[in-house]
Design a protein around this ligand. Structure first.
Ligand code: PGA
Length: 248
């Protein structure tokens, strides 16, 4: 659906506010209007850095948002951050259901679905992460897992709502072991068919998991790969831009 390719930086629990600001300044200095004609850039910093980077990025084409939000907009939830807070920082996007959230913080399908709905109600574009573990792939369960994660996240989403799905095989995240071209092609075409069958039109599909400049050129050519969700290689402007330049 999306005509521009999307390059999304997931900084995870890295970069202090001052480092985040420096990254943004360098990124802006090294990009031109032409660069943004064919690319969308998303940044997911730690929540504490959202305020700092908002000050750098408001008025630019670069979008930013939280890596995680709570299901409620306010209340007695010590330690959590709300989407309302992110909206105050003019965030336009939100990462939901990253495998680290699912595995390390036991984020449930039910909560993921609630968060997707909360974002859509408040005009924030959700980037819903799904992906199988190595064990699930090896036991032939990849498509069952993806089907379940996809449809439980979208269970209350209408066909006219806009969202992004990021396919991130858990075994490829931070391991250096990128999925093969055939594996990515198979999953992305499966996801696109699934969504189209139910009349969804306004979706984009990202691939994530050990994306680097060396593999990005090949992966971006695959049908239904609308861009990447990038962890480790998004921490330096140079390696992030090298991936974005895979279109050249
Ligand atoms: P990686 O992380 O690029 O370091 O593999 C991707 C992600 O977790 O989103």
């Amino acid at each position: 659906m999306q005509t521009k390719k999307i390059f999304a930086a997931n900084w995870k629990m890295n970069k202090k506010p001052e480092e985040s600001i420096l990254f943004c300044k360098e990124l802006i200095a090294k990009t031109t209007d032409y660069f943004f004609n064919e690319k969308e850039i998303y940044i997911f910093p730690q929540n504490f850095s959202l305020y700092s980077i908002a000050k750098e990025l408001i008025g630019t084409s670069i979008k930013y948002g939280p890596q995680q939000i709570h299901i409620e907009n306010s209340g007695a939830f010590t330690g959590e951050n709300s989407l309302a807070l992110a909206q105050g920082f003019k965030c336009q996007i939100c990462l939901i259901g990253h495998s680290e959230r699912r595995q390390l913080f036991h984020e449930s399908d039910e909560w993921i679905s609630k968060k997707v709905n909360l974002c859509l109600e408040q005009n924030i574009k959700p980037i819903i992460c799904i992906g199988e573990t190595l064990e699930q792939r090896q036991s032939g369960k990849t498509f069952d897992v993806l089907h379940h994660q996809l449809w439980s996240a979208l269970k209350s989403v209408n066909a006219n709502q806009e969202f992004i799905v990021a396919y991130e095989p858990v075994w490829a995240i931070g391991t250096g072991q990128v999925a093969t071209k055939d594996q990515v092609a198979e999953v992305h075409s499966y996801l696109a068919q699934q969504l189209k069958q139910k009349e969804y039109q306004l979706f984009s599909l990202l691939y994530g998991g050990s994306v680097k400049a060396e593999n990005a050129k090949e992966l971006i050519q695959i049908e239904y790969v609308d861009g990447f969700l990038i962890g480790g290689a998004s921490l330096e402007v140079s390696s992030f831009l090298n991936i974005c330049n895979c279109l050249n």
